[in-house]
Design a protein around this ligand. Structure first.
Ligand SMILES: Nc1ncnc2c1ncn2[C@@H]1O[C@H](COP(=O)(O)OP(=O)(O)OP(=O)(O)O)[C@@H](O)[C@H]1O
Ligand SMILES: [Mg+2]
Length: 352
């Protein structure tokens, strides 16, 4: 686990800042400005050949903006991105030949068949005819859509359509694959099917993948390394295990007291093994501790001595959720449902 890589004069940096000449993607201090607004504020990381690298962050973090710059879809304001050995600003065509891109929105043509959607893309990439047929058959097999090749795209389920888009991104046999939220909007079963498919693709096709997501579980199960992005900044980078180990406390105790008292948080913070206490809602606390069982015992003793009732109690290992809260001070899940209320103070002299 490392803190965000600092800008450096060397281009190919691994997560420890060491030279990594084989990096598939090397991004250095990259910035994107829209007018006065800085959507990406100087991000640096590199992705090794054959790695599945995750960009994890809430809505508006800058994930799609980063992908769009790396895939030559929007200009880079400042900094550098080298993809498959080519500079995205100076050699965009060379970059495009080496990459496959699955954008966040579904873009396959609903009125065409599965095979036609793939064929159009293969032609766009000038894949020769004989090779085209072979590639289409291979990618259909890889995403398990062979028997749907003649079906109209509009008849596919959401999960199947995602798989078609993944097949389409691979039809010209790219070496680096960019996927922007490949499972957003899918039901849990289709989501897991897509993860398994991406893992299989990685193993069988020697692909490097960069995936964006705001699902913790997806990042945890799929990615070799994860960069947490928040408000256009890279806040942490490492393997899922490294990231979890970087958070003080190895267990999470979740407790719900029947009655909320102001002093619960302060009392819990005084427990010897506790490193962090997060108030979740009235009477509900998430406690990071280096000794889950001892903290649990102390919690039960405390409640008993005060005659208070516990309505629920659970102990888990630290998750990527805890990592996210630790580095950003917020819950990733909250970001998706956050509403903002503006209360205007009365103007001087105005009537109440
Ligand atoms: N063309 C644009 N003009 C102005 N601002 C933009 C533009 N595109 C994106 N932004 C802003 O840049 C920020 C980052 O957006 P981006 O789409 O990269 O986020 P994201 O991490 O992909 O979020 P999501 O999870 O919702 O897809 C947001 O505040 C967004 O409003
Ligand atoms: Mg996005």
């Amino acid at each position: 686990m490392t803190r965000p890589a600092q800008p450096s004069t060397a281009m190919n940096l691994d997560s420890n800042g060491a030279a990594a000449p084989q990096a598939a993607i090397a991004v250095e201090n990259i910035v994107k400005r829209y007018g006065d607004f800085e959507a990406v504020k100087g991000v640096s990381f590199s992705v090794a050949d054959g790695e599945i690298f995750g960009l994890l962050g809430p809505n508006g973090a800058g994930k799609s903006t980063l992908i769009r710059m790396m895939t030559t879809l929007i200009p880079v304001t400042a900094g550098k991105a080298i993809v498959a050995g080519h500079d995205v600003t100076r050699e965009p065509d060379a970059v495009r030949r080496m990459i496959g891109v699955i954008p966040q929105a579904l873009t396959s043509d609903q009125d065409l068949t599965v095979e036609e959607n793939l064929s159009i893309y293969a032609k766009l990439y000038s894949v020769p005819r004989a090779q085209r047929e072979k590639n289409i058959a291979e990618v259909l097999e890889a995403v398990d859509l062979t028997k749907w090749r003649s079906a109209q795209t509009k008849t596919l389920s959401g999960g199947m359509r995602r798989r078609l888009e993944i097949a389409r991104g691979l039809v010209h046999d790219p070496s680096i694959f960019f996927l922007d939220e490949p499972t957003t909007g899918l039901d849990p079963v289709s989501r897991i099917a897509v993860w398994e498919m991406l893992n299989h693709l990685k193993k069988t096709r020697n692909l490097t993948m960069l995936v964006t997501t705001h699902y913790m579980e997806e990042a945890d199960r799929l990615c070799d390394r994860i960069a947490i992005v928040d408000h256009g900044t890279l806040v942490a980078l490492g393997t899922p295990v490294e990231l979890k180990q970087s958070v003080p406390g190895s267990n999470v105790v979740e407790v719900q007291f029947a009655n909320e008292h102001e002093e619960w948080k302060a009392r819990l913070e005084r427990f010897p093994d506790v490193t962090e206490v997060q108030a979740q809602s009235a009477g509900v606390y998430r406690i990071l501790t280096s000794n889950g069982s001892r903290t649990t015992t102390q919690l039960v003793e405390l409640a008993a001595s005060l005659g208070e009732l516990l309505t629920s109690l659970s102990v888990q290992n630290t998750s990527l959720d805890d990592v996210f809260v630790h580095y950003t001070g917020r819950q990733l899940r909250d970001e998706q449902v956050k509403t903002v209320n503006f209360v205007m103070p009365p103007r001087p002299g105005s009537r109440p």
